[in-house]
Write a protein that binds this ligand. Sequence first.
Ligand code: MN
Length: 246
Amino acid sequence: MRAPIIGVSGSVSADEKQQYILRAYFRAVLHAGGLPLLLPMDMDGAATARCLDRMDGLLLAGGSDIAPALFGEQPCSALGAVNPLRDRFEPPLIRMAYERDIPTLGICRGIQAMAVALGGALYQDLPSQCAGGGKLLVHAQAEPYDVPCHEAEIADGSLLYGCVRAARLRVNSMHHQAVKPPLPECLKVCASAPDGVIEGVEAPDRAFFLGVQWHPERMFNCDEASAALFGAHVAACIEYMGGKDR
Ligand code: MN
């Protein structure tokens, strides 16, 4: 059996001359048995659709902030750098993956991009816009990034729970923005930090459409749950590949 091909949406430099992906994402997917390939952002909707015809899964990597125009807001003063090219490329890609039920794993910016593409919104600047019930945790930890920072409670019966087999995880946290409730109807929360910040969302009516706010790619070689997440995604991609080839 061939390895499932997993399209990876990565980062783009500020001058938009270079696309890149941190090797940790590639290494985590390879370790799980997938074949990760970086997707070029110079594809219009039709080219993206043709590209997805040849993919068995999708990985949405971390990166910069998402432009608030995508969820109908004006930029606040604490908004970080945004990438117009990536903000243009990803929403149609994500909606197509959702419609086709292509196994999709979103990480950090990825979970945010999933929520926004399907009609949700973000805290543009988590520290100033989210009270966290008066006990907002640190969500932008210092290095090293393979050390957990806060807990995440995993929703019983969720796809994520089935992947990691734990009601509570210790996760790292390197995010400036976060998914803001209410979620689009097709998504539900599957992980939350103790301060209420959404740390995981999934689409219950899809085989594998899951986003996490932490960075399992930085911990897959030292944390069972992180490796299990990539393993479950690759397994879903193999399942999807089998259905396609039949
Ligand atoms: Mn966090």
